[in-house]
Design a protein around this ligand. Structure first.
Ligand code: HEM
Length: 482
């Protein structure tokens, strides 16, 4: 009798173990408490995680601190995972929670997220920053105005200019963003602009999805990490002070632009939508959009400049297309649809210098199963965009810069399924279209006016610095007037 009971218990335990193992994602061995954090490359964690994908496959499990993380390194599977209602939420990561405070749009869930997402869609429509908007023309004029300023600044400096384009790119993107968000651009010497930019960069660097403080919040009690958390809080306070002032200014004065985010938000509140929109949320929403609208596009456009300077042959092909499509005129917004090689080149930059190498995290609020991979409730989902964009099984010689990957046989631009710089699903980036528009028009107009090149034939440094975005290192390029 005892023997039968023992055998039954053993068999049941074995069955449970086999079922559990079957359901567990493959992955490396993790240490108690810290998990795999100690093995991540502190400068380039996306490289360590990409190597693990080569060993354990496109979906694997890893522990970061006490948190279960499902790393997804396959574009098709990522799309299926992010299409599910059970993966809409964000995980409780310490630094990201500190930044976003559960308010606004980027790091919220439930009705707060839904309402703000709706409002932001309306914002893009009203401001014309969306191709189906009736106000498209005013947004186009705005972008063209700042492109002209960019060209003029470089032109007036002479026929051969060596400079780091970062400041000019930052001014360009910020002018478009601040006009759409708060109704006015910053003036070039506005102290607020400088303080805001500096502190946004501090926040971006300290709150990267891969930072150990996100997964091991108790580290904040150690002096070295305590300092980082304090710096983050100081930077956030400075940003919020400036943004509160901007919101007040926007409420008091008339704006330069027909509508802007702050006005649209206040209008919603005045229109009996008090249950949906709470005035306390406004600074957070402005912060989210300001941060997203500037940080990532600045980084992306900087990489475009650097790749163009390095690959003069590709730059010439883009210029040839601009000549054919533009026929000697300035390239305008409505030319963009015909610039297939230019769009392919911009996409190739987004692949090879992925703006967000670790993606932006999601959270499994329930157990899910995709393509045979079981992701348990409570798991953080990390879309490993770097790994997806550099997978040699999908992209032949992924280290090679080759825009033709994004062209069909008859030379038309297309997006392969494994190209996901903006992720996908219900939370897909709301700024994908405006980013590509502002990047394309700027680069087209710059290449119509200048040849870009490396200074003294020294190759460009493409190693970059990984924070919340993957940024290029400061470096100069040569602008030669055509
Ligand atoms: C190079 C440019 C950009 C890149 C690579 C980028 C990338 C991303 C990614 C990967 C996400 C996460 C999506 C997800 O959770 O599944 C995201 C979300 C978001 N992006 Fe962008 N983005 C860029 C530009 C912009 C711009 C110009 C805006 C303009 C306002 C913007 C606004 C947002 C917002 C509000 C979210 C949160 C959406 C939500 O949680 O529902 N982004 N972006």
């Amino acid at each position: 009798m005892l023997l039968v009971a023992l055998v039954t218990i053993l068999t049941l335990t074995l069955l449970l173990y086999i079922t559990y193992r079957k359901k567990r994602l493959p992955g490396p061995w993790n240490l108690p408490i810290i998990g795999y954090i100690h093995k991540l490359d502190p400068v380039a964690p996306y490289l360590t995680l990409t190597k693990l994908a080569q060993k354990y496959g496109p979906v694997y499990g890893i522990k970061l601190g006490l948190m279960d993380v499902a790393v997804i390194a396959d574009g098709k599977i990522l799309k299926k995972v992010l299409a599910k209602n059970e993966t809409i939420e964000r995980p409780p990561l310490y630094m990201l929670n500190t930044v976003f405070q559960g308010k606004g749009i980027v790091y919220t869930s439930g009705h707060v997220w839904k309402n703000h997402r709706k409002l932001v869609a309306n914002f893009f429509k009203m401001t014309g920053a969306n191709k189906f908007s009736p106000n498209k023309k005013s947004c186009e004029a705005l972008i063209e105005k700042y492109v002209d300023e960019f060209i003029q600044v470089v032109t007036t400096q002479g026929d051969y200019i060596v400079r780091d384009p970062w400041e000019l790119v930052t001014r360009y993107v910020t002018s478009v963003a601040s006009t759409l968000l708060q109704g006015k651009p910053f003036s070039w010497d506005d102290e607020n602009f400088l303080v805001l930019r500096k502190n946004l960069d501090v926040v971006g660097e300290l709150s990267a999805p891969g930072t150990p403080l996100n997964f091991l919040p108790f580290l904040r009690f150690l002096p070295q990490f305590k300092e980082k958390v304090n710096s983050l809080k100081v930077a956030l306070r400075k940003i919020r002070e400036i943004q509160s002032k901007l919101i007040d200014d926007c409420r008091k004065s008339t704006s330069d632009f027909s509508s802007n985010l702050i006005e649209i938000f206040l209008l919603q509140i005045s229109k009996d939508n008090k249950d949906m929109y709470d005035l306390d949320q406004l600074p957070y929403l402005v912060y989210d959009l300001y941060m997203a609208f500037t940080t990532a596009p600045i980084s992306y456009i900087m990489w475009i400049f650097l790749h163009m300077a390095q690959h003069e042959d590709i730059q010439d092909k883009v210029r040839q297309e601009l000549l054919e499509v533009g026929q000697g005129k300035k390239i305008e917004m409505n030319d963009l649809a015909n610039l297939h090689y230019t769009k392919a080149t911009i996409a190739e930059v987004g692949r090879i210098s992925t703006t967000g190498p670790l993606g932006f995290p999601h959270y499994a609020s329930q157990d899910i199963c995709v393509e045979g991979f079981h992701i348990a409730k409570g798991t953080t989902i990390m879309p490993l965009l770097w790994g997806i964009h550099m997978d040699p099984n999908v992209w032949k010689n992924p280290e090679e810069f080759r825009p033709e990957r994004f062209l069909t046989d008859d030379g038309k631009f297309y997006k392969p399924e494994a190209f996901v710089p903006f992720q996908s699903g219900k939370r897909i980036c709301v700024g994908d279209e405006i980013t590509i528009t502002i990047a394309s028009i700027l680069i087209a107009r710059v290449l119509q006016n200048f040849k870009l090149g490396c200074v003294d034939s020294s190759p460009i440094d493409f190693t970059g610095v990984c924070g919340i975005t993957f940024n290029s290192k400061p470096q100069e390029i040569l602008f030669t007037k055509i």
